[in-house]
Ligand binder design. Structure first.
Ligand code: GCW
Length: 740
């Protein structure tokens, strides 16, 4: 068993390209042994292989595919081409029990031909035109070469051909037919990035999967095989960028000591089409440059950044650029010098422009000295700057106006800044959605935001069309996901959290995809192709997002978690240091009612949306229940569409959330024995934790709100298991992902 894991996991293939030719023979032998050992026995799995498990397919299925994978015909001159060859050998060898031979000419029916017209004479002769598919797009087509049937995977770049190879492997892993393929895939999103909130000491801010996978201390010499597997996993879903360090940045990342380490990582990622980016601290010219100021209009500061950019590009010619959190939550920024966010972003953009680099400037700003509704502050700050940014600046906007809550309306900046490329920022790590253990599939959350209609240019102006450039004609487009990756063996703190990394990547490639289809793909590749199993697990995943909304923050409530560490409920918290970090600021509940009035009679945050959206959110008759308390403050007796009073409706939702988790647990229990025991058991135990914590959220929230309104629970609904003072007494000094 151990031997099998070692074969699939640790083969030094992808990290030793130069030796790959010699290794191929050894690899075939090992695969044959692995296949023999594997036949007929359930393998131990620890989640390390993610969705790239490549475990043997059932014989009949494998036999069907083998006739379409008799030979690999591809160039192996560049590291990307070699990585593509290695992945196909690994994948086909694992799935089919036998890896095809590799050559440069088609010698038999059923060959797989991979490459670009420039890299492969065989591909050039096929005259399949992939030019319309862009730099990253590819086509997969069944065709003929010299009278032999082949599957051609063609792109305009090596990386595109690699993406195509991963696509073919995905079809095999998910048991799809491959005999009449005619696939054309293109992406409109130029930057598909993971943001790591990793500190230089190994701590991951809001990380729940262990420490940072970047072992800065041992870099640049020791290149952990994980770096290559990380790159493979990302390339398999089209992610093409990684911001290595926390947006709460340490200026030291820009010193030569660290740039050498960054360079080493960039070299590992390059064959997989992944560029590195760095989060920079705006005050770096002072902290590591010896300057007296970081004023963006000061020539010495501008020179410093230009020299720094030159220094970086001398090491890393394809360096992506900078991500910046400025004048936000205590970070330095241009406003410290009376300058605007545009002044700051443009100064960095000018330093990067000669090298083709870009700036991702974050719009996540709000201030405790600003008395206005926090939800309105980013819009107020940035909307007037539309058109003021250089062409190599993207504004990175969180999906909602507050902060990655279980449900938020879309951020009003989407659709409101047509002259500026807006980059979506999603959070893949579950800071507010149950950390590592809660099973919450984020696909539906991402999809809900991407499909929301901003009405920025009339009906149909979805958030997806804003960020993919279609609406306003932007060529530079991007999407970022705050990574959930750490040193845990399963990478993400639970097997189901892998689905969120996967779904983020697939939607980054194509924001129009359905989260349900993505879940199905992931379940097939990760667990099993058994249709009954797949259906039940996908149903469970699709339920999970609404469940967490219900047991944590139903009906538009938000930001009710424990201060600082964000673990568990604390709706009672009114303590310092600032009001806009307290739950009471957000729910505004008292004896009479609950909710934040952001309507035209309140903070008027609704006015930041285009008129049809503003009207929907403003009007009690039109607003969906899901956003009610985000935009309205209503009495506890307010009559809901269901006919119930608001208080009763809240209790019903809290209870529904817990019941949903119970149902998810029961679903999983019924699947015992259908997958390997280790991954089954871990998910089963985690669902138990989730049920306990869902109950805790429900009960603590109900106990608190009941202490304000003094109302009875609706008939048949159980009272909280403990008193309010019990819930208030709980304290958690050592929660992961947060430094007290
Ligand atoms: O979500 C909040 C987090 C902070 C984070 C901040 C941000 C990196 O609680 O940990 O800091 O947002 O996005 O900048």
């Amino acid at each position: 068993m151990l031997a099998i894991t070692a074969v699939t996991t640790f083969l030094p293939f992808s990290s030793e390209k130069h030796a790959a030719g010699r290794l191929t023979t050894a690899f075939h032998a090992l695969l044959a042994i692995a296949a023999l050992l594997a036949a007929g026995m359930a393998q131990a799995e620890d989640g390390y292989d993610l969705w790239l498990r490549y475990r043997p397919l059932p014989d009949t299925q494998a036999a069907l595919y083998r006739s379409h994978a008799t030979q690999l015909v591809l160039p192996v001159a560049t590291p990307t081409q070699q990585a593509t060859r290695d992945e196909l050998l690994r994948g086909l060898g694992g799935l089919l029990g036998q890896a095809p031979s590799v050559g440069s000419a088609v010698e038999r029916d059923g060959a797989i031909v991979v490459g670009t017209p420039a890299s492969s004479p065989v591909v050039a002769r096929l005259k399949l035109d992939a030019r319309a598919l862009g730099h990253d797009g590819y086509l997969i087509r069944q065709t003929m070469v010299d009278g032999r049937s082949v599957t051609a995977i063609v792109g305009q770049s090596d990386v595109a051909a690699m993406y195509g190879a991963f696509h073919l492997l995905r079809l095999l892993q998910t048991a799809r037919p491959i005999d009449h393929l005619d696939v054309r895939e293109a992406t409109r999103m130029s930057l598909r990035v993971l943001d790591h909130w990793d500190d230089l000491d190994g701590h991951v801010e809001r990380g729940y999967a262990g420490n940072s996978i970047w072992d800065w201390q041992k870099l640049p010499d020791w290149l952990d095989p994980r770096y290559t597997d990380y790159a493979r996993a990302n390339a398999s879903i089209g992610i093409n960028g990684a911001v290595l360090n926390n947006v709460n940045a340490n200026a030291a990342i820009l010193t030569p000591l660290y740039l050498d380490k960054v360079q080493a990582l960039a070299k590992v990622f390059r064959p997989y089409g992944i560029r590195v980016y760095l989060s920079v601290k705006f005050s770096a010219p002072i902290e590591i440059g010896g300057l007296k100021t970081a004023d963006p209009l000061e020539p010495a500061v501008q020179r410093w950044w230009r020299a720094k950019a030159d220094e970086i590009y001398a090491r890393i010619p394809d360096f992506g650029g900078f991500l910046v959190k400025a004048n936000s939550e205590g970070q330095p920024g241009p406003q410290d010098y009376g300058r605007t966010h545009a002044d700051g972003a443009n100064m960095l953009a000018d330093a990067l422009a000669p090298h083709g680099g870009i700036v991702m400037w974050r719009a996540f700003v709000y201030s405790q000295t600003n008395a206005d509704d926090r939800a309105k502050q980013a819009y107020a700050e940035f909307k007037p700057l539309d058109g003021a940014f250089r062409t190599n600046v993207l504004l990175q906007v969180k999906n909602g106006p507050i902060d990655f809550q279980p449900r938020e309306p879309f951020n009003p900046l989407f659709g409101a800044m047509p002259k500026t490329p807006l980059m979506m920022e999603f959070q893949v790590t579950k800071e507010y959605l149950g950390f590592a253990t809660h099973l919450v599939y984020l696909g539906p959350l991402f999809e809900e935001v991407l499909r929301a209609d901003t009405y920025g240019k009339g009906k149909g102006s979805t958030v997806a069309k804003v960020i993919d450039g279609e609406l306003d004609g932007h060529k530079l487009t991007g999407i970022a996901g705050v990574a959930n990756i750490g040193t845990d063996r399963d990478w993400t703190g639970s097997d189901f959290n892998q689905a969120n990394w996967y779904a983020y990547g697939r939607l980054a490639w194509n924001p129009q995809l359905s989260s349900r289809d993505i879940a199905e793909e992931w379940v097939r590749a990760t667990f099993s192709n058994d249709d009954g199993f797949v259906k039940r697990v996908v149903d469970m995943m699709m339920l999970s997002r609404e469940a967490v909304v219900d047991y944590m923050t139903p009906l538009g409530l938000h930001h009710l978690m424990g201060k600082g560490h964000h673990y568990g409920p604390a709706p009672w918290d009114a303590s310092g240091p600032r009001a806009d970090w307290t739950p009471v600021y957000y729910h505004r509940a008292d004896h009479e009612g609950i909710g934040f009035d952001r309507s035209s009679t309140g903070s008027n945050a609704v006015a930041q949306y285009a008129p049809p959206v503003a009207d929907e959110f403003n009007d009690l008759k039109k607003i969906p229940d899901a956003y009610l308390l985000w935009f309205h403050h209503e009495p506890w007796s307010y009559r809901m569409r269901s006919g119930r009073a608001l208080w009763d409706e809240l209790v019903v939702h809290y209870t529904q959330g817990v019941d949903d988790v119970k149902q998810m647990r029961a679903t999983w229990q019924a699947l015992d024995g259908q997958i390997d025991a280790d991954r089954y058991r871990k998910a089963a135990v985690f669902l138990g934790i989730q049920e306990k914590e869902a109950q805790w959220w429900r009960d603590a929230s109900i106990a608190y709100f009941q202490s304000l309104n003094g109302l009875p629970l609706p008939a048949g609904y159980a009272p909280p298991q403990h008193t309010l003072s019990y819930y208030e007494s709980l304290s958690f000094p050592f929660v992961p992902g947060h430094r007290p």
